[in-house]
Design a protein around this ligand. Sequence first.
Ligand code: PXL
Length: 291
Amino acid sequence: MIGRQQGKGENASNVKMSPPVCLAIAGFDPSGGAGILADAGTFRAFGCWPAAAVTAVTVQDTVKVHGYLALESNLVSAQAGAVLKDLDVRAIKIGMIPSRETAMAIAELIREVRCASHNQLVQVVLDPVFLSSSGHALAGPSVERTIKEHLLPLVDVVTPNLYEAAALSGMERVHNEYTMVEAGRKIASFGCCVVVKGGHLEKEAKDLLVSKDALYWMGSDRHEGPSPRGTGCRHSSAIAAGLALGNGLEQAAEEAHVYLRNIIAGQKGPKGHGMPLLVDTSTYKHLDTKT
Ligand code: PXL
């Protein structure tokens, strides 16, 4: 059974004082720009404890993805299951799903988590990763179908960008506020809340939260310049961390939006030969932010 048993000598107060555990089920990017390293950094920035189950090992740098190896789905389940049995996981963030088998294994894992009495409050956030930021396919069409049919009805929140929103809603194009609302509603009809990320809109970087009966817009000016790596990973992880801390979805989504805006506008990370890397200044307090 998945679901942590109460340990000896443990009481409610010391559990409350420790950082809430967030589990990323996602791919590994050796450059640290995206994937579980970006997820872990974000969880930590929000005061959460990062745990991770690797779905795929990618070979990539800041320029491009050279390839990837999908781990066997039972190895993914075993990693996540070990953490879920042992630690009091409050939120799960799902990122790169390289195969249909892994998508099915994750669906089974979430069903088990939902059934286990100790884990009723685990929040699940899905970042539907279809393409890398450099344009490399990280999941095939069968994964897209499986996500729609088997994962959207199970997760609490899904966080598509405009391209992913078009793929999940079956719409030809999502490119403005009207089509964001239409796509968001269509995706929400699968049974989850949706944060449609408008980072690729022409003028503004507006995000839209679509829940059962409400629309909630989060707006900010678009930041000009080359798009940084790992924004999607960090955004969904920030929402997961907010939920793990016990915040409501509107607050978690709003704080994630502001977090992303700040790190995109702020100091950049180490320079490679390709896309900029994001730096989380709250975890690099010793750096002079003016240089
Ligand atoms: O940003 C999407 C993404 C997710 N997960 C991994 C990635 C990428 C983009 O490159 O490498 C592992």
